[in-house]
Design a protein around this ligand. Structure first.
Ligand code: ADP
Ligand code: MG
Length: 379
């Protein structure tokens, strides 16, 4: 990919880039809707990502190219202004430029910029966090600034929350920033605090993307958020991470049945993340797999953010011997399922899972096989 992006840069701007950076996509491994409840989450940075190539200009012009839009877009100098239409992809790097001063850092003035990717967009693998972090590292290189990794992660999140306008938690940027090959990233969202956990070597990830997403998903996330906060308030804690199942059960009579179910999912999911962390350290992939599937069942029954499509994939995958476990990954209400498998699960098995799905829904899910990869870095 590095040679390809250098060639793309040469073609678009007629010269070589000065800096090339890369940031990976990520998989939400376990920890579903735990982040805004102050909980913990485990994620995997994968071996696919977004690359950014950059060369400074002295005339203050900021020119952007990606095959994603297929043309060069020039942004006005000075304070970044959000774009609409075909050029709206540049809101990700523009959001990073706008975030830099918020963290006391300088944004570069003029430059030529290319983004390229081997990560599908909109597949729940967070190409958005990857382009933010790769952009941030390129802009920081261009200005000779070296803030710590946590600051780079926060710059990416700030760009997404405040410029692009997506209220994501710290998972996406945290995993892309702190990822490490053959490891998972453990995030305690309250700090936030980041750590890496070794992943046993026989661990493979398969993503089955349905490309189906509920149309009203933003409103559904908001309702879930409200129900979690309602439960925390009834229990008398500020966030559900501080509550136990015993406390939840004691408050049950004062809660709507929906708020009870959401809180049960979150409290037990945080316990599952801790258990998965322990099982990983013991090299127990079968134990980890059981927790992944239990997480999905909890999404299905208590958080109610699964769909029949996702359930069918999980049911089919968990009936396959080489699969340790499977669950919906990301916010839910559609999207993708992740399976943790041994190396013996291959294309033939993946195709037969897809065939079961196709028989029921008439379309094939997109299949991606990935492994862990290193976090964001200058290449
Ligand atoms: P996800 O993060 O799940 O991939 P999002 O909708 O959050 O989906 O982010 C996808 C958007 O990120 C794309 O629509 C595009 O605007 C931007 N993006 C990601 N990768 C690239 C790329 N290589 N070139 C240009 N834009 C990109
Ligand atoms: Mg995204």
């Amino acid at each position: 990919m590095k040679e390809q992006i250098i060639a793309q840069f040469q073609k678009a701007f007629g010269r070589a880039p000065e800096f090339v950076t890369r940031a990976p996509g990520r998989i939400e491994f376990i920890g579903n809707h735990t982040d805004y409840n102050g909980g913990t989450v485990l994620g995997a940075s994968i071996d696919r990502g977004v690359w950014v190539a950059l060369a400074r200009r002295t005339d203050g012009k900021r020119r952007f190219f990606s095959a994603f839009a297929g043309e060069i877009t020039e942004a006005a100098a000075g304070v970044p202004q959000a774009q609409t239409g075909k050029a709206s992809w540049i809101n990700y790097p523009l959001g990073v430029l706008a975030a830099l001063p918020v963290f006391g850092l300088k944004a570069p003035e003029g430059f030529d910029y290319v983004a390229a990717s081997d990560l599908p967009t909109g597949a729940g693998l967070s190409s958005s966090a990857a382009i933010e972090l790769a952009s941030a590292l390129a802009f920081l290189e261009a200005t000779g600034q070296r803030p710590d990794r946590e600051t780079v992660v926060k710059i990416g999140k700030h760009a997404e929350n405040h410029f692009v306008g997506v209220p994501c938690g710290i998972l996406d940027q945290g995993v892309s920033g702190f990822g490490k090959k053959d490891h998972l990233v453990f995030i305690d969202c309250r700090g936030p605090k980041f750590a890496t956990v070794p992943l046993p070597s026989d661990a493979h990830f398969w993503i089955f993307n349905t490309h189906h997403k509920h149309a009203l998903v933003d409103g559904m996330y908001a309702a879930r958020h409200r129900e979690c906060m309602e439960a925390a308030k009834a229990i008398g804690v500020s966030l559900l991470v501080e509550a136990s199942i015993q406390q939840l059960d004691a408050a049950k009579a004062t809660l709507s049945s929906d708020a009870y179910k959401r809180a049960k999912h979150v409290i037990e999911e945080i316990a599952r993340v801790e258990a998965a962390n322990t099982a990983l350290r013991a090299g127990d992939l079968a134990g980890v797999g059981k927790l992944l599937t239990a997480s999905h069942r909890s999404s299905q029954n208590y958080f109610e953010n699964s769909t029949p499509e996702l359930d069918l994939l999980v049911d089919t995958l968990t009936g396959t011997p080489e699969v340790f476990g499977a669950r919906l990954t990301g916010g839910g209400f559609g999207g993708a399922v992740m399976a943790l498998t041994s190396a013996r699960f291959g294309d033939a098995q993946a195709e037969s899972v897809a065939a079961v799905y196709e028989k029921v829904y008439g379309t094939k899910p997109e299949i991606l096989h990935c492994q862990t990869g290193d976090g964001a870095a200058v290449s």
